[in-house]
Design a binder for this molecule. Structure first.
Ligand code: Z5A
Length: 214
């Protein structure tokens, strides 16, 4: 039975998901809460191979758009069954660096696949496991590009998509947040790291007052 809390971090690339998950991890651990960080695609041995297939063309050819959907779903299925559910069952809080909403934003709103189909594939892959809270770190494409340009590594296959694609991703996330206001917290990721972390902590305290106090 699920005893832990499941929090996903979503948003355009460079929004600070990894950074703010690390900050939240420290905050929760100071409150005596055990946490586990996951990432997608990846987070299991199988998932990390899928990540290489998706991002670095490990197979020597890019996946077709439909194969891309199924590969993200396969990585998520493995992660849910082998990592996320067992952790939640033992009372650990799971902090996920991307989850199903990324499929809806990237493969749905940006690539154009039908959201109802993607939801059905996700339901099968996850056994209907939905986060308790989704933190959307919202960033306009130009700010995202600037942050990515400051990194040493070359853009991967999906990062290399054009401006229009990334705008659709951002707007897709904002629409998902509007459609699911009880699950989503939207945070302006252009603020400083300290300001964004403080907003996330305030959101967690407000939503889970019995577990988080200080
Ligand atoms: N994808 C998909 O299409 N469908 C799916 O179902 C799933 C994923 C699950 C995974 O990328 C790709 O797969 C992603 C979506 C797609 N592709 N794209 N494009 P990834 O895992 O390799 O990377 P990412 O998720 O796109 O995120 P990232 O590039 O690792 O960025 P981040 O984790 O959000 O940000 P960060 O590394 O914490 O921060 C970036 C920089 O900004 C860094 O220098 C920080 O120091 C700085 N930073 C962070 N926060 C701040 C604030 N608040 N102020 C200033 N600077 C900050």
């Amino acid at each position: 039975m699920k005893k832990g809390i499941f929090i996903s971090f979503e948003g355009p690339e460079g929004g600070g998901k990894s950074t703010h998950i690390r900050d939240l991890e420290r905050f929760l651990e100071n409150n005596g809460i055990k946490t586990l960080r996951t990432r997608e695609p990846g987070g299991t041995r199988l998932g990390e191979v899928v990540r290489d297939l998706l991002q670095n063309n490990l197979a020597g050819e890019a996946p077709s758009s439909r194969a891309e959907v199924m590969l993200f779903a396969a990585s998520r299925a493995q992660l849910c069954e082998n990592v996320i559910r067992p952790a939640l069952d033992e009372g650990t809080w799971v902090l996920a660096d991307r989850y199903a909403d990324s499929t809806y934003a990237y493969q749905g709103y940006a690539r154009g696949f039908n959201l109802a189909d993607l939801k059905e594939i996700t339901r099968f892959a996850t056994g209907s496991l939905v986060p308790d809270l989704t933190i959307l770190l919202d960033l306009p494409p130009e700010a995202s590009r600037q942050r990515l340009a400051a990194r040493a590594n070359a853009p991967d296959r999906i990062e290399s998509e054009g401006e229009e694609f990334h705008l659709k991703v951002r707007n897709g996330f904002l629409e998902l947040a509007r459609d699911n206001p009880e699950r989503y917290a939207v945070i302006d990721a252009r603020d400083s790291r300290e300001a964004v972390s403080a907003l996330i902590e305030a959101e967690i305290k407000a939503r889970f007052p019995n577990q988080v106090r200080s």
